[in-house]
Design a protein. Sequence first.
Length: 260
Amino acid sequence: MEIIFLGTGTSQGVPMIAQPEGVGSDMSNPKNWRMRTSIHVEMGSHHIQVDAAPEFRMQCIQNGIERVDTFILTHGHADHILGMDDLRRFCDLNGGEALPVYSSEEGLRRVEQIFPYAILDKPIVQGYPAFRLERMPQTLELPGGTVESVLLPHGNMDVLGLVFTEANTGKQCTYYTDCKEVGEEARFLAEGSDVVILDGLRQNPHPSHMSIGEASETAQSMGAPLSYITHMTFKVDHESTESALPENVHLAYDGLRVSW
C-alpha cells in the first residue's frame, strides 16, 4: 500500500493570496508550501483518488499520477471538489469509460450541481469527463481491497472518514480529514490501522476542524504506530511544529509518499 499526499493545505492554500509577510510559516522551507488537501492511494495495484483540489492537474503532473480507477469525494466543499473536471484525462486512460465516483448524499448532490455535463455513461467525445455517481456504502469492495466509511462532524455537515484495507497484505490506513473530532464509531473502525491521517488546522481552536494539539492527542489515543496531520494553515510551521510532536506523530507535506 502506498499513500501519496498530493496536498496538505487548508482551503486557502499556503501561501495564501496576500500572505502576511513575516507571519507564520518559514516560506523558504518547501514543506511549508501547501496545495489544497487530497491523497492518492495505491491499494493492491488499484488506484484510488480521494478528493480533487483546485490544483489537481498540477498535483498529478508533479507526483506522476497516471492512473485513477476509483474516485471518492469526502465532502462537497470547494477545496475538495473543484478539481474534478480534470478527472477527464483518466476517463480517456480508462478506455473512454465513466469514472466511478463515490460520496455521501451531500457530496453527490454537489457533484450534480457543479458538473451536470459530466453525469454520463460515457464521455460525449474523447477528452471530456464522465462520472458514474454511486452512494458510498459502509464497505466498498474494490479489486485491491476494501474501503470502509464513517461519518465525521465538520461544522453543520458530515464528512466521509475512510479506512483502507489491502486485501493481499492486510495493511490498513485511516484517513479522517476535515473533522472536529473522532467519535467512538470512527475510532472502532480505525482499530488496527498501521497509519492514521488526521485533520489538524492550526494551533488555536476552530469550530469545525481539530487543532494541532487535538489532532496529536487523538492520534496518541488511537494508538497507531504512525500518524500524520494534514489540512494545515500558513500559521503551522513545519519544522518548529513537528519538533514539538510525539515521536510517532508527524506533519504531512505535499509530495510525501508513505509505503509499507
